[in-house]
Each structure stands twice: as structure tokens, then as C-alpha cells.
Design a protein around this ligand. Structure first.
Ligand code: ACM
Length: 678
């Protein structure tokens, strides 16, 4: 029996190319040992439930069988079978789940032999995770499909593994939310943080305060029935739903609906632009707390999770500073200026949060908020979500609070999967905490803010990069080989499309619309050399509003180019004398050149893409430089000063961005230039 333990895998991880490839699981299990042989998946495949079972687990098995049918083309009966003899997958749970909550036992054990599969879990939520692992293991084989013999013992490193979706800046229809939850379940996320109100819209039906949606949503909101169905849909997949209603800032939509809650002057119109705006709730008005009590009471019924997010971020304090009423209130309550709090707003915000927390507690909820809410005096069982830096996380837990990390995991910043993958909640400032303090770091959340995405493009901004964050939150810290992560993420990314996500197929549709033709191969090939500008640099290319069409080439290009990443690896290897890598890099450059050369007809006839003409010219020049350099590497000749000067000029020019796009091969080609002309 060849046993490949995780320990062996890690010991070998320094030389990624030598790792006997483990199956493309993501997140990688805590312990995995490969066995000998395969279990064949054919039409006789059946599932049997033993031990404790419930409807949710049955539905989970049915979903798994439907997915398996779609993948294999074998029609499985979509129900677990009662008879033991024919079952290839035997699932057993020791006991029932409690209603879904923080710190569930999510562990499972998964054993495949050539004759049977055993999935054991303490409770159904662990078995659901095991079913996702199973789906990732099924692979095409010479006579159908099979699963490799393997022993897996798995449980998450962190209890809180979330994805935040902003449904306020751009409203996300129910279909988007559901498929996001499907993707989350596939990579074992367990918290859906739903940002439901902001300056641009209030997105949930309130029966108690209906103007919130009739006036505050522009007609785009979720009915209570839809919310209930999403909460149930998520629970079926082992995912808790935590609503966020952001106060006291980020409240234009709420305050347009109920101006009496506002600090004077109340806003008169919902915002369509993005940014931090002045309107805020007035914390001095007794009516505000009556409103919040009723409103939270209503929402507490709709969202069963214990935690309730009240935002608290990016409040600029202007209206509080300028209101006479607020100034008098500060005087009366002793919220006087200090060096650390020159206008007394921090003290007043803490007062507001303390009263808010009491209301939440009355309705059975624990408060969660962005790291700005951290102030002395709040009960220690609240959760602080760190977004302004990892230090706020360690500060929070050092002071006795619980915390989760989002800094480093903002998907809207368009960073690489690698950047997100190498962030760890227990690194940086947290590394100096005591083990006891570290246990209060519950995990983290990827954050998808939606200023620059629409329902059409959002999948491509969440996936597959969020899977890298899911792995960081689930798998042992020691699993951090970037190259192996990309190998597995590629497989998971394909699987996600098969279950309904559109982060890959979206591109074809968008390119065809841009091009006005089905003949998009040259454009697609050229687009592999491009990436959207990072961080929030896109704002420099013109302001967006909630109704700005996001249908440009930048919207059709993924956050990172896989072809460019492969090219970069080949260039590195070519510089270290790998002839095969050098040939691959040249083949890639020639392919890009063909795409570029084939573009003029398209550009001449199409105003939507004609703006990329300068990029095309830079890319063409840059590729010529790169081909020169590869030739020089091959012949072992150094190129002269004149070539170097010209090449560096080309390199510099190709760093200019157009239409919020930049050429992403620039850095590797810079290395090539240095390698042949230094
Ligand atoms: C935030 O990004 N304002 C929490």
C-alpha cells in the first residue's frame, strides 16, 4: 500500500513539480492519505443513509446526485436508497444538528476503498461538507468515472468562514444570491454576510416601516418571503446568514424614507454615486431608539442567526459636528473634546452603539460591526470585523472581544488569488497574541463590494479567487504552496461553472456583445495580456453610478490572467535555462501576436472597443522585445545597449493604462530584458 500522508506532502512542498499530485481538492483536507486503487462510479452507484438522518441531509444527497449526473452523464436515482447491499456510498451521522450556529462540529471522515465509500460525521452539517469533498474527487477514468482510494479526516481550522455580498450598491437578484451560496457550499464557506442597506438603497421589505422599501429602494428589494427562502437555502447548505444594516452612516436610503431619524439636514434623494456621504442617524432623538427597537425586532424574526451586523464603518461625523442639537446633547452627557476625540463624536458613537447593543440583546442578538465600533464599554461577546488593517483584529481580541478578518480579502480590489491566499488571520500583529487571545479570532470573510460589478459580472469578481480564501480559512496553516493552490483552484473553478456559476462563461457573452460578432477569438487572445487596474484605480477612468453600464472590455477581463501567470512561470524557468519553458513562452507570445494582428478590422468597426487601440500597439511592441530576448537566451548572446535602451522605453510605455486595463505581462518581460542585456 502506497500511503501518501500529509506530512510527506508538506515535506516535499518546497519543490512543487516533484509533488505527486494529490486530487484537486479545495479546501485541502486537514489529513489525507492516498490508498491503492479506485472505486468505479457507474449506474449501480447508490447512497445509503445510516445513523441519524434528516430532510436536510436527504436534500443534500439529492443535490449531490443531480450534480453527479450532470458531470458524468449517468442517470442516478436522485434519492438515497434504503437497501444496504447496493450502496456504494454509506453515510452515517451520530446525531442531529442543533439549529445552525457558530462553532458547529463540522468534522467528517471519508474513506474510499475499491469496493465502498464511508462518510462519517458527527452531524449532518459535517456530512454535507464530506459530500462536497466527494464531488471534487470524482474524475473521468478509462471506463467511466472513478474515485481514488483515499482516507480523509477533515475539520475546519476556523469556525467563521464567510463571504460578504453587498446587495445595496448594485442590487443582486435572487438567482445571483442562490448561485453564490452554491459556490460557497462547494468550498465549505459557512457564513453569508449580506450587506442589505447603504446610501444607494435599502434592500429588504419591512412591514413595520414600509417606506424603507417603497421610498428607499428604487423598487429593488427582497420581499420577506424571498429572504426566508434564502435563509432556508443557505441553511440547507450549512451556511449561516448574517444581515447587515449599516448605521449610523451609510444611511442615505433609510433617511430619505424616514427623514425624522436623520441628523439635520435630512437627505432628500438616494445616492447614485459612490463614496462616503454625510447623512447620518441622529443619536440624540428618543424616536431613533424606538424605531431601531421595532425595526430590529422585525428583522430578528426574519434572520434567525444569533449575530446581527450593524455596520458602523466610515461615518465621517460632519452632521454631528455641525448640529446644534447634537452639540447640546454632547455637553449634557459629558461627551467633551479630548485629544483623541477632538469633537466628541467617538464618545457619542460609542454611546449610540451601547444603546443599539442593548436593543439587539433584547431581541436575542449579538452585535457584530466593522472595526470602527471598537470602543470601551461594549460587552465582550460582540464580534469585530477587521477591515482597516490586521492590527485592528489583534487590538480587538487583545481587549477581550471576538474578531474576524476581512483586511486582505477585499475581492473588489482585483488582487490575485495568491495575494489573498497568503493572508492569514493569525499572522502579522496576531502572531504576538497569547494562544488564549488567538482563540478569539474566529476566522474571516471575503468581501464583495459592488460599486463596480453588476449581476452579469459579479461571478467573475468572486470566483474562483474566493476559493483561495475559503481554503485559508478551512485548511491547516501549513498548506500554502501557491503553485499547488492554483492547480487545484483551476479544477474547482471548472466545477463551479458546472453547478451554475458564470465566472468563465460570462466572458464569451460579453466579448460577443462588445465585438458585435461571434468572431471573438482574437479579442479573447489579446485580452489574456490584460488585467483590470487594481485597487480602486478604476475610479480615475470616470465616475460610476448605480446605473452606469459596466459592459466594457475591463468588465470582460478576469481579475488575473491565467495565461499571463503561466507565461510568467515559463519566463522564470527560461531564464534559468529551461529550454522547454522557453519554447512555451515563445509559442504563447506568437499566439498573442496573432490575436493582436487580427484585431484591426474589429477595432475599426466598433466604438465600444476602439479605445484599446493604444494598448494593442504597446502590446505588439512589447511582444517583439520579448521574442528578441527569448532568441538571445537561446543563442546565449547578450543584446547591446541600444537594444536595451529601446526595450526599456517600450516597457515603460506599456505600463500606461487605457480604459482601466493594463498589460499584465510587463513585469515578466522586464525580467527577460534584464536577463539578456544587463
Ligand atoms: C468598509 O469597507 N467600509 C467596511
Amino acid at each position: 500500500l502506497r500511503t501518501l500522508t500529509l506530512f510527506f506532502f508538506l515535506a516535499a512542498a518546497t519543490r512543487a513539480q516533484d509533488i505527486p499530485a494529490l486530487p484537486p481538492l479545495m479546501p485541502m483536507p486537514a489529513h489525507i492519505a492516498m490508498g491503492q486503487g479506485l472505486l468505479k462510479i457507474d449506474a449501480s452507484f447508490r447512497v445509503k443513509l445510516t445513523g441519524y438522518t434528516d430532510q436536510r441531509l436527504r436534500r443534500g444527497v439529492s443535490r449531490m446526485l443531480v450534480t453527479l449526473t450532470r458531470r458524468t452523464g449517468i442517470l442516478f436515482t436522485s434519492e438515497p436508497t434504503p437497501s444496504a447491499e447496493t450502496a456504494a456510498l454509506v453515510i452515517s451521522c451520530d446525531h442531529a444538528d442543533k439549529p445552525l450556529q457558530l462553532n458547529e462540529d463540522e468534522s467528517y471522515r471519508f474513506d474510499v476503498t475499491p469496493s465502498a465509500i464511508y462518510l462519517k460525521a458527527a452531524q449532518p452539517v459535517g456530512a454535507l461538507h464530506g459530500l462536497e469533498t466527494f464531488l471534487q474527487l470524482v474524475a473521468p477514468g478509462p471506463d467511466g468515472f472513478d474515485v481514488p482510494a483515499v482516507s480523509i479526516e477533515d475539520k475546519p481550522r476556523f469556525a467563521w468562514r464567510g463571504l460578504m455580498l453587498d446587495s445595496a450598491r448594485h442590487f443582486m437578484p435572487i438567482e445571483n444570491v442562490e448561485r453564490t451560496l452554491d459556490g460557497m457550499a462547494a468550498v465549505k464557506f459557512n457564513v453569508f454576510h449580506w450587506h442589505l442597506s447603504d446610501n444607494q438603497g435599502f434592500r429588504v421589505e419591512s412591514r413595520v416601516f414600509p417606506r424603507l422599501q417603497t421610498v428607499g429602494s428604487g423598487g429593488q428589494f427582497y420581499t420577506q418571503a424571498q429572504v426566508r427562502s434564502i435563509v432556508a437555502y443557505a441553511a440547507d447548505r450549512g451556511i449561516r446568514v448574517i444581515p447587515e444594516f449599516d448605521i449610523p452612516g451609510h444611511t442615505t436610503a433609510m433617511l430619505v424614507a424616514y427623514p425624522s431619524l436623520a441628523t439635520d439636514p435630512p437627505p432628500v434623494e438616494i445616492d447614485h454615486l459612490f463614496g462616503v456621504f454625510d447623512p447620518a442617524i441622529d443619536p440624540t432623538k428618543p424616536g431613533v431608539y424606538l424605531f431601531l427597537d421595532k425595526f430590529i425586532g422585525e428583522m430578528a424574526q426574519l434572520f434567525p442567526d444569533t449575530y446581527f451586523h450593524i455596520g458602523g464603518d466610515e461615518f465621517n461625523g460632519k452632521v454631528w459636528r455641525e448640529s446644534l442639537r447634537v452639540q447640546q446633547f454632547k455637553q449634557a452627557h459629558g461627551f467633551l473634546p479630548t485629544v483623541a476625540d477632538p469633537d466628541g463624536n467617538t464618545a457619542l458613537h460609542a454611546y449610540f452603539n451601547t444603546r443599539l447593543e442593548a436593543i439587539l440583546r433584547k431581541h436575542g442578538k449579538r452585535m457584530e460591526g466593522w472595526d470602527e465600533i471598537l470602543a470601551p464599554g461594549l460587552p465582550k461577546d460582540i464580534v469585530i470585523q477587521s477591515w482597516r488593517g490586521q492590527k485592528s483584529l489583534s487590538d480587538a481580541v487583545h481587549r477581550g472581544y471576538q474578531g474576524i478578518l476581512s483586511f486582505g480579502w477585499y475581492l473588489d480590489l482585483i488582487q490575485s488569488a495568491q495575494d489573498h491566499y497568503l493572508v492569514d488571520p493569525l499572522d502579522k500583529d496576531a502572531a504576538a497574541l497569547t494562544p488564549d487571545e488567538q482563540t478569539r479570532i474566529l476566522g474571516g470573510e471575503a468581501a464583495m463590494w459592488t460599486e463596480w460589478v453588476t449581476p452579469e459580472t459579479i461571478d467573475s469578481r468572486i470566483w474562483p479567487r474566493a476559493a483561495a480564501i475559503a481554503e485559508r480559512l478551512w485548511s491547516p496553516k501549513e498548506i500554502h504552496d501557491v503553485r499547488d493552490m492554483y492547480r487545484r483552484m483551476e479544477a474547482v473553478s471548472r466545477d463551479l461553472e458546472f453547478i451554475g456559476l458564470r465566472h468563465r462563461s460570462w466572458q464569451t457573452l460579453m466579448l460577443q456583445r462588445l465585438a458585435g460578432t461571434g468572431d471573438i477569438e482574437n479579442l479573447r487572445t489579446f485580452a489574456e495580456m490584460l488585467e483590470p487596474v487594481k485597487n480602486y484605480d478604476r475610479e480615475e477612468f470616470g465616475p460610476a453610478t448605480t446605473i452606469t453600464p459596466l459592459i466594457h472590455l475591463v468588465d470582460a477581463v478576469p481579475p488575473e490572467s491565467q495565461a499571463a501567470r503561466n507565461f510568467a512561470a515559463d519566463v522564470q524557468a527560461a531564464i534559468s535555462s529551461d529550454a522547454q519553458a522557453r519554447d512555451r513562452a515563445r509559442t504563447q507570445l506568437l499566439s498573442w501576436q496573432r490575436g493582436i494582428d487580427g484585431l484591426p478590422t474589429l477595432l475599426e468597426h466598433n466604438a465600444l472597443v476602439s479605445g484599446i487601440e493604444p494598448l494593442r500597439n504597446h502590446a505588439r511592441e512589447l511582444n517583439r522585445v520579448a521574442i528578441d530576448a527569448l532568441d538571445a537566451l537561446q543563442s546565449g548572446k547578450k543584446l547591446d545597449k541600444k537594444w536595451r535602451a529601446h526595450s526599456l522605453e517600450v516597457l515603460k510605455a506599456s505600463g500606461t493604462t487605457y480604459d482601466a486595463l493594463s498589460i499584465c505581462t510587463q513585469q515578466s518581460i522586464g525580467l527577460l530584458i534584464d536577463a539578456v542585456s544587463s
